[in-house]
Design a binder for this molecule. Structure first.
Ligand code: TTP
Ligand code: MG
Ligand code: MG
Length: 392
């Protein structure tokens, strides 16, 4: 595992989040420009491919009369004005916008435009974290120029390379920039500077935070926390009682606009692990206390590593090396991601039970894999089981 320290969460950083506007639909409009300004929905099957008549005019499928189980992949802003959004069933969409044009998906085209816009951004600012087909984080800290000018340069580079528009949020960290890029879509530009946290971010519902999923949202609502301002004002012990220490801490950081995560230009780490080789081989029964202590410590160190690097993991594994140098590993996958020492310890303890402890132990290791950046796991931060530290 790399042990690169996280970026210091100082106000000096300048991070952009860039997200393409109505991405798949906008790519389709490049090839069918006559559809501009109309409600258009992407997500049809092959039979919705437009037909070209002998005189060159195109005939499009409409949503009217749609029957089937298809789902809207995305829609133009004109279709959204009629209430049609991503993930909506197509039959429901057909009721809301029967005249909307329906087009099939063409992933190859979207991937190509994805590469094009990312390359255009890289020409302006090379420190880029890929967050999926239509969005990236960009570290602008070392790029000279004002935030606004840089954002306009990025937008124009993207438009030149692709003919497409995007929305950009700029702030000192990824958390706020991600929220900001959505505030003024499409073709938006939102800069969150000093003082803007209270004015622009606090009034928003907590669900706007990447990492507060539907479950946590409902739990927060149940204790009267609806907006990010409510969250900022919530007593720490109330949050901890309902969500556990790790998530409560994260919630409070989020509400205060704190996020130290780096812009990760390389691929994500696969796992984080801690292990220790004992000075003398330990006997499973006679050295039980010493073993337990090390076991607890390894899990606590892992929690600290995960928090520092801002990851959560789902697969917990252990590694044992016996005095005869035989090495055994076991792992198990939890229902939700976690960075919690007690949850890691509990899972690792279950793994340990699956190993016949018939020799002295030379090395003990604990590993967390199936990692996700803490803010990106939809479940990540969902409420955890009650804390309880037991020995193996
Ligand atoms: P988004 O960036 O979430 O949406 P968008 O680009 O269509 O619109 P916006 O202007 O609000 O950013 O997603 C990017 C693409 O990912 C989107 O064009 C289609 C695809 N997608 C799905 O396939 N299913 C989904 O549920 C969502 C939300 C997106
Ligand atoms: Mg988008
Ligand atoms: Mg997106």
């Amino acid at each position: 595992m790399d042990s690169e320290p996280p970026a210091a969460p100082t106000a000096e950083r300048r991070i952009a989040h860039l997200d393409m506007d109505a991405f798949y639909a906008s790519v389709e409009l490049l090839r069918y420009p006559e559809l501009r300004g109309l409600p258009v929905v992407i997500g049809g099957g092959r039979n919705t491919q437009p037909r070209t008549l002998a005189d060159g005019t195109r005939v499009y499928s409409r949503l009217r009369g749609y029957a089937g189980r298809g789902v809207v992949t995305t829609s133009t802003y004109e279709a959204r004005a009629l209430g049609v959004f991503s993930a909506m069933g197509m039959m429901k969409a057909a009721q809301l916008a029967p005249e909307a044009v329906l087009l099939p998906v063409d992933f190859a085209a979207y991937r190509q435009y994805s590469r094009l816009f990312k390359a255009a951004v890289a020409d302006v600012a090379p420190c880029i974290e890929d967050r999926g087909i239509d969005e990236i984080y960009i570290d602008l800290t070392d790029i000279p120029g004002g935030a606004r000018d840089l954002a306009l340069r990025l937008k124009s580079a993207v438009a030149q390379a692709t003919g497409l528009s995007c929305s950009i949020g700029i702030s000192p960290n990824k958390l706020l920039s991600k929220i900001a890029s959505e505030l003024d879509k499409p073709d938006g530009l939102t800069i969150i500077g000093p003082g803007d946290l209270q004015r622009r971010i606090w009034p928003l519902p907590v669900g706007k935070v990447n990492g507060i999923g539907p479950k946590a949202n409902a739990k927060l609502a149940a204790i009267g926390i609806l907006t990010i301002a409510d969250l900022a004002a919530a007593p720490a012990d109330l949050l901890q009682n309902h969500f556990g220490l790790t998530y409560a801490r994260w919630l409070l950081d989020v509400a205060h606009g704190i996020d130290g995560r780096r812009v990760v230009t390389h691929s994500e780490p696969k796992s984080i692990s801690r292990e220790t080789t004992f000075e003398r081989d330990l006997h499973v029964q006679r050295d039980r206390a010493a073993l337990s202590e090390v076991f607890v410590r390894l899990c606590a160190q892992l929690e600290a590593d995960l928090l520092r690097k801002a990851y959560v993991g789902r697969t917990i594994g252990i590694k044992l090396r016996f005095d005869n140098f035989r090495t055994v590993t076991r792992d198990l996958t939890l229902p939700v991601h976690t960075a919690d020492a007690a949850a890691i310890h509990r899972a690792a303890g279950l793994c340990l039970k699956r190993i016949a402890l018939d020799h002295k132990i030379r090395l003990l290791g604990v590993r967390v894999s199936s990692l996700l950046p803490a803010g990106q796991a939809a479940d990540a931060a969902e409420p955890q089981e009650p804390r309880q530290l037991s020995l193996y």
